[in-house]
Design a protein. Sequence first.
Length: 297
Amino acid sequence: MTGAQPAVAGELTVVVPTLGGAYLAGCLESIAAGTMWPARVLVIDQSGNDAALAHMHAVQMSGVPAQHVRSAEQGISAATNEGLRLVRTTYVAVTHDDCRVRRDWIERLADRLPAAGDVITTGRVEPEGDGIVLTVKVDHAPAVYSKPLPDGDVLFPPNMAFPIRLIRRIGGFDEHPSLATAGEDNEWAHRALRAGVPIVYEPAVVVGHLARHQPGDLLALYSRYARGQGAFYGTWIRRGDLFILRRAVRDLLRGPWLLLRGWLTRNHELVAMGRGEVTGLLPGILAGIHNPGVDYD
């Protein structure tokens, strides 16, 4: 690499869970292109093969202090937890292999985290590409969430950072099989808020989320998300959380209404959303009810 390297945020580690596919290269390149580098990048690789090594070598040759960690576990929760256990700095940031951090992402986090205190910082999530992506957040106004919302969730883990000491208060991500493919992020955020840890939305902290899906993928995506959301609900219904019970009932009633509206208006996305909730939410709730949850109290 020619020229001066960026300054290093000496107390910030970045964790990147991955299945080792082609998306990882773009994620690591976006970190390497930053105006500031983290103290270390931990790539937690669950692929079971060597596909990620070439991407790792390229970013290491650029000078970024990146470490490849093989993981025999499966699921985004397990990969994230493994990365969090390896953090030795004061702060940790998390992104995923299908995200592209903005050039000032590390610099903005390094500036905000020391003054923020014991909070979880999250930020804007912009669609990137010509396809479809369901998980975005593009609000321009900063916000502080100190309690769960009745009509939505507030955290996008592939754009978050916090003092690593907070894991002692919140616990790690729930690795129960019912949350293996979705819902683990909302469950963890709910647990954080219940533990008195605010979630702070900073719109200037930005990542791009690859818009890589096509219209034909929508039904499967909505069904998977609904099943994971249901598992999150079921986990807390089991623990007697009446707030979550009310949210679950509302969503169970909303699914058929979305489906009907979609049919009447010939809106294919509404049809997919309604069918996904109708087919995925209740099975997820039932699966989550068998989840004892993470003991953090």
